[in-house]
Design a protein around this ligand. Structure first.
Ligand code: MG
Ligand code: MG
Length: 260
């Protein structure tokens, strides 16, 4: 959506902070031995305690509050009996609804000790998100955001998932415009002041190719190498982009050596 009033900005910001805090609440419990359904239950309880409702649960029939995607799973993993192991990385994607508006944010966490090659993938994927956010200025184009992600991550030999993209957000979870994580500088739609978008690089260590699992939801890399995913919501502005969600709550929870 394109925001035109303070009330709209405040409502979207409230949702953005709820999902940001939910990720931090979940972060407290991410360790070897935890079941992904346990994390899902913690998230649902927290979201409801904030007067919101889970944004993904029931969305096109998705069964969880969170999308929990482990290692080679890119996005849309279904919470269940899977137990996280030392050395895993887990993408947690969280949505909520309050006052009729959506929040949507994701962070990829290490579980216990993770090898340096994969920690680098996580750190650089997160960095690509911040580089992309800096392009969310009125007058720039969608392709400027896309290129910022692609140029940075490909310099490390990583690949950008093509099938899944960032998006506008507002009264719907997924609105126009699409925000691909690959593209040409100066291409695509012009960004206008007040447009609210979720930027969410999904970056693979190996091939860009992905496949859908037989559960009908989970997307994984076709070579089964790991993938990373980070997502924040930002309002396009004439000057500095207005970032609504934040990783600061998550990073207060993570021990210093686990912050990526
Ligand atoms: Mg998301
Ligand atoms: Mg999203």
């Amino acid at each position: 959506m394109i925001v035109t009033t303070n009330e709209e900005v405040e409502a979207l910001k409230e949702n953005a902070i709820i999902v940001s805090k939910t990720l931090a609440e979940v972060a407290k419990y991410i360790e070897p031995g935890v079941k992904t359904i346990t994390l899902d239950n913690i998230a649902e309880e927290f979201i409801r305690s904030e007067g919101a409702v889970p944004g993904f649960k029931g969305y096109r029939g998705f069964p969880g509050t969170l999308c929990i995607s482990v290692n080679e799973e890119v996005v849309h993993g279904i919470p269940g009996e899977r137990v996280l192991k030392n050395g895993d990385v887990v993408s947690i994607d969280c949505g909520c609804i309050k006052h009729g508006y959506y929040g949507d944010s994701a962070y990829t966490f290490p579980v216990g000790g993770v090898n340096q090659e994969v920690m680098d993938l996580l750190q650089r994927t997160k960095e690509s998100l911040f580089r992309a956010i800096s392009m969310a200025q009125a007058g720039k184009r969608v392709g400027d955001i896309s290129f910022a992600v692609q140029e940075y991550v490909e310099s490390f030999g990583y690949s950008v998932v093509r099938e899944l993209v960032g998006h506008g957000i507002g009264r719907q979870l997924h609105e126009k415009p699409d925000i691909p994580n690959y593209g040409r500088k100066g291409s695509g739609a012009k960004l206008t002041d007040g447009t609210v978008i979720c930027i969410e690089p999904m970056i693979n260590l190996g091939t860009k190719n992905v496949v859908q699992a037989s559960d009908g939801w989970t997307i994984r890399t076709s070579d089964r190498q790991p993938s990373a995913h980070f997502e924040l919501t930002v309002i396009v502005r004439k000057e500095e982009p207005e970032v609504l969600s934040t990783f600061s709550f998550v990073e207060e929870v993570l021990r210093p050596e686990r912050i990526i």
